[in-house]
Design a protein around this ligand. Structure first.
Ligand code: NAD
Length: 484
């Protein structure tokens, strides 16, 4: 069955509510069909999504360059490859994930067998931000298809060219009753949130995450929230400084710092602080260019998404510097329009905004520390981070930090790359998110673990506890209380 697209090509929709509700209704009616399908059907669909993305690879690159100057290599590395790898991983493992899992039977339920049987949650809404628009729409879509859920996908309004290509990729792979892309901004998102989806899978800011969770509460629907925050990074005195500096320079400044998982700020042990700053300068120059101009034009660096975000970055640096912060590297004055240099700051005054808000741009504050406990205390005063990175060659320090803090993920002596291990659940905790995605965790996010228990005895053992109560009933209860 086909429906008319509710979206005018490339632009906001004329009458959003009716067509969006129609698209949701269509998917709702189709959900029962999808639920019955075997693994081979879902595998074929995921393979089709992957093939469609690969067919539109050039169009994706052009669109992301038009939207915010992403280089073709960055698009391959951060948008196309992660989706292809996740699709391949899902195809390889889906039969196993879909199998009912037998669980143990306690003695008092002797004569029964029990299974956990994953079933699709039902209709799903996937909402995504602009920073990795293909990756963050098609990645969750692979998980939704794997779980057997139809999905409406809403990319960000700030990457309009890419959203149009995402729509084409999905339209060419899946029928609208299985997946449907809706373009538009917050007003369209609000219309979508009013529909009674069974699951809301949201990637974006904590502010909008709260709006999504409130909407899900109205429908008593489940949510996955992939949020951002300030991912702290720690470099202790035993770390390999050139290695730490290289990884941090790349993971912080690639995509102009607009990566949810990027190190937000770095705690550096006071004994290695000056050497680390020197190494960081060397690595920033090696990776992105020797001066502000060449860095801002470097294909691996990119640009800020829009003027408002660029103005915010300039204000954050200006405020910190005028309150006494030191500029260790980069030229804050080189910033113009949506371009900004990679700036490293130190000696931040207490209460500096750059240490309070998620930065999400090419500004890296460094904080000196003496003892790991100080660092752990500081981390624990803020919302729990999406990731915590530790550069250290002491297993004891890493263990200590893991015990003393909480985070969605911890990577030791590297950064970002856990995103590509699909056997790891991906996501935050507390202020950085709710629920996990990617790989099997993504499949489970869109699945309901249905408990199935089969009684083989007539009557079952626990019938002994039915009224009328007798001395036997009491004896059995006492025996169970002693046994367990
Ligand atoms: P955002 O929250 O502003 O937008 C995300 C989505 O919400 C968009 O589709 C947008 O149209 C919609 N939206 C915006 N305002 C809305 C409203 N009032 N009501 C309903 N929907 C609304 O986020 P952004 O600026 O696009 O992205 C940046 C944020 O995303 C950062 O905080 C970053 O850390 C986070 N992020 C997290 C991850 C992750 O995997 N955890 C990945 C990328 C980005």
């Amino acid at each position: 069955m086909l429906i008319e697209s509710p979206v005018a090509p490339g632009g906001p929709i004329a009458d959003p509510v009716a067509p969006l509700a129609a698209a949701w209704q269509l998917q709702k009616e189709h959900a029962a069909f999808l639920k019955r399908q075997q693994p081979a059907f879902r595998i074929r669909r995921i393979t089709d999504v992957r093939a469609s993305l690969e067919r539109h690879r050039d169009a994706v690159k052009e669109a992301l360059h038009a939207d915010f100057r992403k280089s073709p290599e960055s698009v391959d590395e951060t948008e196309i490859l992660p989706v292809v790898l996740e699709a391949a991983h899902t195809v390889r493992n889906l039969r196993r994930w879909m199998k009912p899992r037998r669980v143990r039977t306690p003695l008092y339920l002797a004569g029964t067998t029990a299974f956990v049987r994953p079933e699709p949650r039902g209709t799903a809404l996937i909402m995504a931000p602009w920073n990795y628009p293909v990756n963050l729409t098609l990645g969750p879509l692979v998980s939704a298809v794997a779980a057997g859920c139809p999905a409406i996908v809403k990319p960000s309004e700030f990457t309009p060219a890419t959203s149009a290509v995402i729509r084409k990729v999905v339209e060419d792979a899946l029928p609208p009753e299985e997946a449907f892309v809706v373009e538009g901004g917050a007003e369209v998102a609000r219309e979508l949130l009013a529909l009674p989806f069974d699951h809301f899978y949201f990637t974006g800011s904590a502010h909008v995450g709260r709006i999504v969770m409130r909407a899900a509460a109205d429908h008593l629907a489940s949510v996955t929230l992939e949020l951002g925050g300030k991912s702290p990074t720690i470099v202790d005195e035993s770390a390999s400084l050139p290695h730490a500096a290289r990884v941090i320079a790349f993971s912080k400044f690639a995509n102009c710092g607009q990566t949810c998982l990027a190190p937000d700020h770095v705690y550096v042990h006071e004994r290695v602080y000056d050497r680390f700053v020197a190494e960081l300068r060397v690595q920033i120059e090696k990776i992105f260019g020797a001066d502000a101009r060449s860095r801002m034009e470097s294909p691996g660096f990119g640009s800020l998404i829009h003027d408002r975000h660029a103005d915010r970055m300039r204000a954050l640096v200006r405020e910190a510097v005028s309150a006494g912060a030191t500029v260790h590297s980069g030229d804050p004055d080189a910033s113009s329009g949506r371009s900004a240099d990679a700036v490293v700051l130190g000696d931040l005054p207490a209460g500096a905004r750059v240490m309070e808000e998620e930065i999400f741009g090419p500004v890296l504050p460094l904080v000196r520390f003496r003892a790991l406990d100080e660092v752990a205390r500081d981390i624990n005063l803020r919302p729990k981070p999406l990731a915590l990175y530790v550069f250290s060659s002491r297993a004891g320090s890493v263990e200590h930090l893991c015990h003393a803090t909480s985070a969605g993920a911890t990577v030791v002596n590297d950064a970002l790359i856990h995103f590509l291990n699909f056997d790891l659940p991906f996501g935050g905790v507390g202020g950085s998110g709710l629920g996990k995605g990617k790989g099997e965790a993504g499949f489970r996010a869109f699945s309901n673990d249905r408990a199935v228990l089969r009684q083989h005895l007539r009557p079952g053992v626990l019938n002994l506890l039915y009224p009328p109560f007798s001395a036997w009933t009491r004896r059995i209860i006492e025996w169970l209380l002693r046994l367990y």
